[in-house]
Design a protein around this ligand. Structure first.
Ligand code: CO
Length: 219
């Protein structure tokens, strides 16, 4: 194939593929059995449920290699009880991979949370962000006390992560796993784009009884 026929879009993809080959070569040079070991098994101990935002890549910010964390991302890290996609990821992670920790990670300055807070009309996605607006409406009293837009947005990013972590804990998957004595903790974290630091929002939920304590952190 002649290179002259390439459109700018193809050139861009070529660049990505080149970067991939470079990465594969450097990785294999540093650790010759890296790919053969990964190919045979994956034993991640963590499931990450985070925002699709390109600035919050789970592996990189946690310093984890391929094989170390199972990942699900969607706009504004929402966990909906009827979302077969997210529920399937949680079920596979808990029942097959037997992860020990589920991390629900929000991030400050989240565009999805901001759109929900402002009631922006962006199209189809408004229906998805309706779940974040529910979080806002349930916590309106506390939100009103905050003085400026930025504080309100950042607080809603925290509240959303907390509430979605509770949603994970309330799934039949987690309830059944805990019922069978499986050790698994659900954590809510928030990531700060300004300094790259992840912070805990409360203690993790390690059993059904802790859901109510966690809920008290809302509002
Ligand atoms: Co976001």
């Amino acid at each position: 194939m002649s290179h002259d026929n390439h459109s700018p879009a193809q050139d861009e993809l070529d660049r990505l593929l080149q970067q991939n080959r470079h990465w594969a070569r450097v990785t294999a040079e540093a650790q010759p059995d890296f790919f053969t070991k990964l190919e045979s098994q994956q034993f991640p101990r963590f499931l990450w449920i985070g925002c699709s935002d390109s600035r919050v890549p789970a592996n990189q910010i946690l310093g984890l290699l391929p094989g170390e964390i199972f990942v699900h991302r969607n706009v504004a890290n929402v966990v909906v009880h009827s979302d077969l996609n997210c529920l399937s990821v949680i079920q596979y992670a808990v029942e097959v991979l037997k992860v020990e920790h589920i991390i629900v990670c929000g991030h400050y300055g989240c565009g999805g949370v901001n759109a929900a807070l402002r009631g922006q009309k962006l199209g189809l996605i408004d229906n998805w962000l309706r779940h974040v607006q529910d979080v806002y409406q349930r916590n309106q009293t506390g939100m009103f006390a905050l003085q400026d837009d930025r504080s309100r947005l950042n607080r809603l990013c925290e509240l959303n992560a907390l509430e979605q972590a509770i949603n994970v804990a309330e799934t039949t998957i987690l309830q059944d796993a805990w019922g069978c004595g499986q050790q698994i903790a659900v954590h809510a974290l928030v990531y700060d784009l300004h300094d790259g630091i992840l912070r805990r929002l409360g203690n993790g939920i390690t059993q059904p009884a802790e859901i109510e304590t966690h809920r008290l952190m809302l509002a």
